[in-house]
Ligand binder design. Structure first.
Ligand SMILES: N[C@@H](CCC(=O)N[C@@H](CS)C(=O)NCC(=O)O)C(=O)O
Length: 219
């Protein structure tokens, strides 16, 4: 069976799939496209015109959460809780992380202070909710590393851009989130889930968008 991932170099949703692939030592190929000028073959392949897309031989999978469950299930399934309610709750928090990724993107790319602050406040309130949900360390579900960890890790990677100078994580009021995010960012599969030029590309995108965050960085 061949696995071929279609990616965009700064997309956190693709990074989720890369983390799972690397965590489970699964062989895969990767093709990067430019979402600003997507090739026709990609638009034909991707029902929502979004990455990630995973080609499994000639079949097409889309949506990062679905791709990750599939990758886990063909390799033993240990990244999802066994019990149905716990498994459903894991899925719900993965969806929560997707919403947070949207807010983080909007915060980083907002053109003005008002919108920047609006998304920043939403994110901070969401992080406080995650802080309350976190229990035993080291991972989201305690001892078992799971797809919730691979789903949140790209959020923390994007949050850490520019040496954490735009971070929304407050170590004092969010000690569990702080420790969990640092633990995730230290994992090889998370460090290697982004291309070498990731930071430059991300900052370029902020510049192209006329992002207000850049004023914060310059201050
Ligand atoms: N719910 C999707 C979100 C994927 C997504 O939003 N991908 C972005 C890039 S990070 C995309 O392809 N955007 C292209 C577009 O919206 O046209 C998932 O989890 O895979």
């Amino acid at each position: 069976m061949s696995l071929h991932l279609i990616s965009f170099k700064t997309c956190p949703f693709v990074q989720r799939a890369v983390i799972t692939l690397k965590h489970k030592n699964i062989d895969f190929d990767i093709t990067y496209i430019d979402l600003a000028d997507p090739p026709d073959w990609f638009l034909e392949l991707s029902p929502l015109a979004k990455v990630p897309v995973l080609k499994v031989d000639d079949e097409v999978l889309f949506e990062s959460a679905v791709i990750n469950e599939y990758l886990d299930e063909i390799t033993g399934g240990e990244l999802q809780p066994d019990e149905p309610l716990a498994r459903a709750k894991n899925r719900a928090w993965i969806e929560f992380a997707s919403n947070m990724l949207g807010n983080l993107y909007m915060m980083k790319m907002s053109k003005d202070e008002e919108r920047y602050n609006k998304y920043r406040e939403q994110l901070i309130s969401q992080l406080h909710r995650v802080e309350k949900r976190l229990g035993e360390s080291p991972w989201f579900n305690g001892k078992s590393f799971s797809l919730a960890d691979t789903a949140f890790a790209p959020l923390f990677r994007q949050n850490s851009v520019a040496n954490n100078r735009l971070s929304v994580i407050d170590p004092e009021s969010m000690p569990k989130v702080t420790a969990w995010s640092e633990r995730l960012l230290a994992l090889p599969e998370v460090r290697e889930s982004v291309v070498d030029e990731f930071e430059d590309l991300y900052l370029d995108a902020m510049e192209k968008n006329g992002s207000y965050s850049l004023f914060r960085l310059a201050a």
